[in-house]
Design a protein around this ligand. Structure first.
Ligand code: GLN
Length: 534
């Protein structure tokens, strides 16, 4: 094998080569399938048995592979190009889909036993748009069950995904299968979702680009719901231009989702090289520490974030300032510390409601034990079908929205959510004191944590999202990208948060940062699972 394979090329390079017929879509696909054979190991399954030493060295991004339909799609692309018809901007580009989207005729599990036998009868809008653009789906990738987590370990389908930079670490979550696949060359793109950080946090852990669009930018139709007021489908890619291309394809109004906004979709690549001259980019001290409520002392406490991540963000600010941006320091974002507690309440209330539909009657898993009555059928099905996280979250959601507690928890959380939104409105206000184009922050407080190290500690796990989750509350877009490598050779993630529907500015800043760091030593290092392949 040569060092650089077709599967390592970016989506825009692949699309251009295929369009010019310098390579075929089938060749791009075969190279990618070969990579999957080499690094992915066995796909996640419900009866994994013992996890062997060999398993520990593999990535395990997939739950379901769809080679056959992928081959047919790739052949169709080649055929139409040979007839002079370009099927779309992503023609022939291999990609994966987080297994939380419905794809017609494909098992769509949400990482849960309760959907283990579910074959979707329809296709999510975002996937349909990828298909129309000519992209070739490799399969469905693993995730935390119902996207409940930050490590992908809670999937019912084991072995769970590993971090391609170090397989003893998690890839992050819940879109961990998506980011691990993209980092390891198993598809140039992946479709993920972000409810509290599930695209941006795993993108940071795996050293790839992850974009949570503005709420409503991308249709949620066909997405298996978690927190309906927070969920955002979005792109995972290896570079900013690819993320921009993919967003241009999947964004836009959809008559099947009334929350999908009708604001026109720009070509996000059009101004991507325009640079950052004159832009105002903020840094906030509230994003340089972890703040949490200590139940024993009754006090808010603070912990520092990783020094290396802090430095990566500061260096990114320096690079952007050298390129002509104005860096505005000490921007107050005082409600950042309430992001996680607020999310704990709102996301649980919404998920308790959304997960009611899984009851063993309409579709999905049903208990094999003959039930006495309907109640027992529900109870057994849900007890057997749901894993620990969804159960915990349903219970908590029912509790905090119950009539006697709702004022104390849910109603209060909704009020805090508006205050969080207010923090963002103040910093972006064109007449205000800060007038920012974007806020530059760490994507996560630490680099990827060890496999098994945080698993089981719901609260600690959740704090991996402290810097991403307020973007979901406020609905604003967030772009996560690699800002360096730690001494342990783990990616360090930085984040740009932006104004409503202004993903274009974030992509432009992200691209400027890529240009500024093109020759950085860390850009040349490849994930560990790819070493030795050359
Ligand atoms: N890690 C967060 C959670 O466990 C966010 C998940 C997500 O964005 N889907 O809820």
């Amino acid at each position: 094998m040569s060092a650089m394979e077709l599967c390592d090329l970016s989506a825009y390079e692949l699309a251009a080569l295929i369009r010019k017929r310098e390579i075929s879509a089938v060749e791009a696909l075969e190279s990618t399938l070969e990579r999957i054979e080499l690094v992915d190991g066995r796909p996640g399954s419900l009866d994994a048995g013992e996890i062997t030493a060999e398993d520990h060295a593999k990535v395990h991004a997939f739950i379901t592979r769809t080679e056959e339909t992928a081959r047919a799609q790739a052949q169709a692309v080649d055929k139409s190009i040979s007839e002079g018809v370009i099927p779309g901007p992503l023609a022939g580009v291999p990609y994966t889909v987080k297994d939380i989207f419905n794809v017609r005729g494909t098992r769509s599990t949400a990482g849960s036993r309760i959907l283990s036998n579910y074959t979707a009868p329809y296709t999510a809008t975002a996937v349909e748009r990828m298909e129309k653009a000519g992209a070739v789906m490799l399969g469905k990738v693993n995730l935390d069950e119902f996207t409940h987590g930050s490590s992908s370990e809670s999937s019912a389908y084991q072995p769970a995904p590993r971090n391609p930079w170090d397989t003893s670490k998690v890839p992050g979550g819940s879109s961990g299968g998506s980011t691990a696949a993209v980092a390891a060359g198993m598809g140039a793109l992946s479709l993920g979702t972000d409810t509290g950080g599930s695209i941006r946090q795993p993108a940071a852990f795996c050293g790839v680009v992850g974009l949570k669009p503005t709420y409503g930018r991308v249709s949620r139709y066909g997405l298996i719901a978690f927190g309906s007021s927070l969920d955002c489908p979005g792109p995972v890619a290896r570079n900013v231009r690819d993320a921009a291309m993919m967003l241009s394809v999947i964004a836009g109004p959809d008559r099947r989702d009334s929350t999908a906004v009708t604001i026109p979709v720009p070509d996000y690549t059009a101004e991507i090289e325009a640079g950052v001259k004159g832009m105002r980019i903020g840094l906030s001290p509230d994003f340089f520490k972890i703040q949490y409520f200590n139940h024993e002392s009754g006090q808010m406490e603070e912990e520092p974030i990783s020094d290396e991540i802090k430095q990566a963000v500061e260096q990114a600010a320096d690079r952007l300032s050298e390129m002509g941006a104005r860096v505005v320091e000490n921007v107050p974002m005082p409600r950042t510390k309430y992001g996680i507690p607020t999310y704990f309440v709102i996301s649980r209330v919404e998920v308790a409601s959304n997960l009611h539909r899984f009851d063993g009657v309409k579709y999905g898993y049903r208990t094999p034990v003959p039930a006495e009555d309907l109640d027992e059928l529900y109870r057994r099905t849900r007890a057997e079908g749901f894993g620990a996280q969804p159960k915990l979250r349903i219970l908590m959601g029912m509790y905090v929205s119950a009539a006697q507690y709702s004022e104390q928890y849910y109603q209060r959380a909704l009020r805090v959510r508006s205050l969080i939104r207010g923090d963002f409105e103040r910093i972006y206000d064109p007449q205000g004191e800060y007038r920012l184009d974007a806020l530059l922050t760490p994507a996560t407080p630490t680099p990827a944590f060890g496999y098994g190290d945080v698993y089981g500690d719901t609260v600690l796990m959740q704090y991996a999202d402290q810097f991403t989750v307020t973007g979901n509350h406020a609905g604003v877009p967030g772009l996560s990208l690699m800002g360096g490598l730690s001494k342990e050779r783990l990616p360090l993630g930085i984040q740009l948060l932006g104004r409503d529907y202004d993903e274009a500015t974030l992509l432009r800043i992200g691209r400027a940062f890529e240009v500024a760091t093109e020759d950085a030593a860390w850009r040349k290092v490849r994930p560990q699972v790819l070493e030795g392949l050359s």
